[in-house]
Design a protein around this ligand. Structure first.
Ligand code: ADP
Length: 250
């Protein structure tokens, strides 16, 4: 089963082409890592999966992205509805300036959930899934901004999970964290793939090796190679992949 099927995707920011004929099937309930040097289109590609590029007026897209068989760029597709199914977590944790509880309850409330008992359940469940509950259960009414960086990032994951997405997109979500928090999030990602499809951009090749099942190597807007992570790192088909994963350029 593939969650996304991307066919000949091209994307331009004004006259700057950032993605070139990208073709990839992203498998369900697996972790797919996007790797490659900086500026090669990884983050742009990730953002096309939940139509973040809609927010930039100079972007032009050709090709198609199917989510569970549905073309997410078809005019009839509702971007807000799509984003209920596709959660995103960014490089820098961005908790809302409100309590831990209200951060998690925010999305469910926007989608119409009002009963306190239901909200309580979603908040606890989401924080448990994000491996944060035990650390914050006694201070849910405290500001989310009082948490450590690693806790804030797990809070952002919990907030994304609270609306029951199918997909979690992580854009360099551990790059601002210390090794212990990074390890906690990597472990969490391994757990989450049971229930979610995870796609993560990482500039850290060791992280891709540790947590991903499949890896996609981007270079100058091209998807050079997509393969099981073990193959991509140990026995890649393309010499450019071999050069990159062996550290000959970065
Ligand atoms: P990566 O994630 O691999 O570092 P990006 O997707 O961020 O690469 O960038 C790919 C290319 O698109 C770069 O040339 C970058 O300058 C350009 N780009 C990224 N975001 C924008 C934007 N919002 N507006 C214009 N150009 C952008």
């Amino acid at each position: 089963m593939n969650t996304f099927e991307v066919v000949d995707l091209n994307l331009w920011y004004g006259s700057n082409q950032a993605l070139r004929d990208v073709r990839i099937d992203i498998p369900a309930n697996r972790v797919t890592a996007l790797i490659g040097p900086s500026g090669c289109g990884k983050s742009t590609f990730l953002r096309t999966l939940n139509r973040m590029n809609d927010l930039i007026s100079t972007v032009r897209i050709e090709g198609s992205v199917l989510f569970n068989g549905r073309d997410i760029y078809a005019p009839a597709t509702d971007a807000a509805e799509l984003r209920k199914h596709v959660g995103m977590v960014f490089q820098k944790a961005n908790p809302f300036p409100m309590s831990i509880y209200d951060n998690i309850a925010y999305g469910p409330r926007v989608h119409g959930m009002r009963r306190k008992s239901e909200l309580d359940t979603v908040v606890e469940d989401s924080l448990r899934r994000a491996a944060l509950w035990d650390e914050v259960s006694d201070r849910l009414k405290k500001s989310a901004l009082s948490l450590s960086g690693g806790q804030q990032q797990r809070l952002c994951i919990a907030r994304a999970l609270a609306v029951h997405p199918e997909v979690l997109l992580l854009d360099e979500s551990t790059s601002a964290l210390d090794p212990i928090s990074t390890g906690q999030i990597e472990e969490l990602v391994g757990e989450l793939k049971k229930d979610y499809t995870v796609v993560m951009v990482t500039h850290n090749m060791q992280q891709a090796v540790r947590v991903s099942d499949h890896a996609a190597f981007f270079l100058l807007g091209n998807l050079v190679e997509f393969a099981p992570t073990d193959k991509l790192f140990n026995n890649p088909d393309d010499p450019k992949t071999a050069d990159y994963v062996s550290g000959r350029f970065g």
